[in-house]
Design a binder for this molecule. Structure first.
Ligand code: BGC
Length: 763
């Protein structure tokens, strides 16, 4: 993984001043800064463990939901509670735990603060589209403060699951298909949420999830099987986890899915060998929701023990033993370790040593979180720490920076504020869906709809729904733009206006957990609505609100401009309007490939080559008979701007690099258009000859730069062994001598290239 640091040399048409690298591409974000073991805390933990009864230890490894926790649990010393958000209740249970439990150990309260608590930011896939770590910093700085204010001291975030599966609804929760971008975002989020010391009143401990390979679920079906080679696990899946741990994440969550036959929460390889031993993680690892119970075979011997599934344990006691022995320290919702622990100890299925280890890890995090010193909630202070005007400003900026311009024929955008605008479409005046599938404590009424955002620029803009998208858990075609009854009004509105903004996409409930789609076209009759509006001849800009890459071929054909807006959070409408009217020049890039058709999935830019590269004009090669290309519709890293950029002058500091050395790579980026704008300079490498076939491209650096019209900057990256090496199938990191190709540009199809030679071998 890259430890490279980028340096940006800035110049306006030649005048050169070197400035220190900041933001993306400056992967100082990936430098390890783990909390040093603190002798004082370790002694306090040991003292407590010596005093604890077996029952108290078993309570400590139990994690209950908001619906489960009672005063009795708090008195007995339950370890953690999640999803409770009422500060009065949190404070109540904390008082019971601290004042009435025998050893006065506080509870660790946790919550899924994923992209905001009350101030909801753009969904994580959108934040990744910004290619701007500052967006993630703002989000996690605000959301950790808002979470901590109500007594939540642990967040189940960042979610870092690299995914090749747009069908999978949870692709929206992480940073897309690339491990490097995912690593930078993961480390940034951890640093922002925890700060240098997460005992601070506005900080929380992060839980990086889901260990591991959850994003590769077969068929895209949530919770489904994965089968992952060691090299793929380590080169593709684990880097963002490692980056989060190196940034200080002190908790982690194991995943529902099995990996090579071993479920994530019964997997000694990922949980213990890699996370705890190799990476030196000394915090704790909680299971996902009932994932320990799900280790059992179906039908379960005892249905009271929770859901069944994987069939690697015969019953609840065996499931508890398997999970604990694999490295799971805390059981979420199901209670197999707690309830069967004494029996498991007496039969030797678990050891006191391992139980103590799990308890030690949990107590260590509680001490580091400052809970023993400051367990209670300052309820009077909450309002002043939540949804402040500056927070909304940051959310608006983030929404604008996350937008990706996919098409802009004939400068359809930016819109002309002096001309009339018809806003049309089921998501055009929608607050609810803007919050995305993990809305935390966000409120629909906090959210700004697109129509509201547009009216601030053009008060005479009209709105016509066209059809309805109704957010519901189960599929019902009637809820998904199922009727064309409103199309005539939509067409009339388009006819009456100079320019049309058509808001299409998905409801927030069509993405997220357990929401998998087998078809990735616009749901329902939305394409027909688009076609009807387009037939008016008015310039049509499609704004997409959605959780995943969609198959947009027909949308491209029948629109003049397309903005991928994802779900932008409470300021979505303002952020997108800023882009539509040109106050913000779009600079986001796709963090995931958009397929031409579902049949291409999995499709990702960093695939390995084949012995028969795709050539659709020939037989016997790796092609689709019925597609004109193997390429995606829109590649990873792609995004347009209202201005144009030229990237050239690729310069390598050396044509050779010893395995312990480094090479600097620089390129010039110039704004060749007439308005200021942002581009993301991306650096890719390829190892053409290696002992294991290497991905055709691998992102190893990026930098989002803002340039005035005509302005030019030199962007510099550093590559070293951590960039050019890779893990083999025995789990060993190897740096092989030979040529490395370098590519620079503003998408994964960049063709500005050079190469250097790695001169010495393994390290
Ligand atoms: C999800 C996790 C989440 C947990 C607690 C599970 O269903 O997979 O991501 O943290 O619930 O809400």
């Amino acid at each position: 993984m890259a430890i490279a640091a980028a340096i940006v040399a800035s110049s306006t048409l030649g005048a050169g001043a070197v400035i220190a690298g900041t933001g993306a591409g400056d992967d100082q974000a990936l430098q390890p800064v783990r909390t040093q073991a603190n002798g004082g805390i370790e002694r306090k933990v040991d003292r407590l463990i010596r005093q604890m009864t077996v029952d108290e230890k078993l309570q400590q490894v139990q994690l209950l939901s908001d619906g489960q926790i009672t005063d009795d649990d708090a008195q007995k010393g339950v370890g953690g509670v999640f999803s409770l958000t009422d500060p009065a209740k949190i404070d109540h249970f904390q008082h019971v735990a601290v004042e009435q439990s025998r050893l006065h150990i506080p509870i660790l309260f946790a919550y899924d603060t994923i992209h905001g608590y009350r101030t909801v930011f753009p969904v994580p896939l959108a934040e990744a589209s910004s290619f701007d770590p500052d967006v993630a910093t703002d989000d996690y700085t605000i959301s950790s403060r808002e979470s901590a204010a109500v007594g939540i001291k642990q967040i189940y975030s960042p979610m870092v699951d690299v995914s090749h599966e747009p069908r999978w609804g949870r692709i929206v929760e992480a940073s897309g298909e690339d491990p490097y971008l995912g690593s930078v975002m993961a480390a940034t989020k951890v640093r922002a949420a925890q700060g240098p010391d997460y005992s601070a009143p506005d900080k929380v401990v992060t839980s990086v999830k889901h260990l591991a390979a959850y994003g590769l679920a077969e068929g895209g079906r949530d919770y489904n099987t994965t089968d992952v080679s060691e090299q793929r696990l380590r080169n593709l899946i684990l880097p963002p986890f490692k980056a989060a741990i190196d940034a200080g994440a002190d908790t982690a969550m194991c995943s529902f899915n099995s990996i090579n036959g071993q479920p994530g929460c019964a997997n000694p390889h990922t949980e213990t060998d890699i996370l705890k031993k190799e990476w030196g993680f000394d915090g704790f690892l909680e299971s996902d929701y009932t994932a320990v119970a799900e280790l059992r075979a179906c039908p379960p011997k005892n249905p009271d023990e929770g859901p069944c599934g994987h069939g690697v344990a015969a019953d609840g006691p065996s499931a508890g033993a398997l999970a604990l022995n694999a490295g799971t320290d805390s059981e979420m919702v199901s209670t197999n370790i707690r309830d069967n622990g004494k029996q498991l100890l007496s039969t030797g299925q678990i050891s006191m040593r391992r139980l103590d280890d799990a308890v030690r890890r949990i107590l260590r995090v509680k001490f580091r979180a400052g809970l023993f010193d400051h367990p209670y909630v300052d309820q009077a202070a909450i309002a002043g720490k939540t949804l402040q005007p500056a927070d909304r400003d940051a959310a608006r900026k983030a929404a604008g920076r996350s937008v990706v311009l996919l098409k802009n024929d004939d400068n359809t955008l930016p819109l002309d504020p002096a001309k009339s605008v018809a806003v049309i479409g089921p998501l055009g005046d929608d607050q609810h869906d803007m919050l995305g599938p993990w809305w935390g404590q966000g409120k629909d009424e906090d959210a700004v709809s697109l129509y509201t955002g547009i009216k601030a620029y053009n008060p005479d803009a009209t709105f016509t729904e066209g059809c309805k998208m109704i957010d519901a858990d189960l599929y019902d075609p009637a809820n998904e733009c199922g009727s064309d009854a409103g199309f005539a009004d939509a067409v009339a509105a388009a006819n009456a206006a100079d320019q049309v903004v058509l808001a299409l996409g998905e409801t927030r409930g069509q993405g997220g957990e357990a929401e998998v789609r087998s078809v990735l076209d616009l749901p329902g009759k939305q394409q027909e609505l688009l076609d009807a509006v387009k037939a008016t001849g008015k310039p049509v800009t499609v704004v997409l609100f959605n959780s995943r890459p969609l198959t947009l071929g027909k949308v491209v054909d029948s629109s003049n401009a397309i903005l991928e807006a994802w779900f932008g959070g409470i300021e979505a409408g303002n952020g997108v309007a800023d882009v539509l009217f040109g106050k913000v020049n779009p600079g986001g890039k796709l963090p995931v490939s958009f397929p031409q058709s579902v049949g291409q999935i999995p499709i990702y830019y960093n695939h390995e080559p084949t012995g028969r590269p795709c050539d659709t004009t020939q037989k016997y090669n790796s092609r689709y008979r019925d597609l004109p290309t193997c390429a995606p519709l829109f590649p990873f890293g792609f995004g347009l701007s209202y201005t144009t950029f030229k990237i050239d002058n690729l310069v390598l500091s050396d044509k050779s690099m010893p395995a312990r050395g480094s090479v600097q790579v620089s390129a010039d980026v110039q704004n060749t258009g007439s308005r200021a704008g942002d581009d993301v300079v991306q650096l890719y490498i390829h190892d053409p000859v290696a002992s294991l076939s290497q991905p055709v491209r691998r992102l190893r650096g990026f930098q989002r730069v803002t340039l005035d019209a005509g302005e030019k900057k030199t962007v510099t990256f550093r590559l070293d062994a951590s960039d050019v090496g890779f893990y083999d199938n025995s789990g060993r990191f190897t740096v092989e001598p030979g040529e490395i190709d370098v590519f620079a540009g503003d998408s994964s199809t960049a063709d500005l290239t050079d190469s250097f030679t790695v001169t010495s071998g393994r390290r």
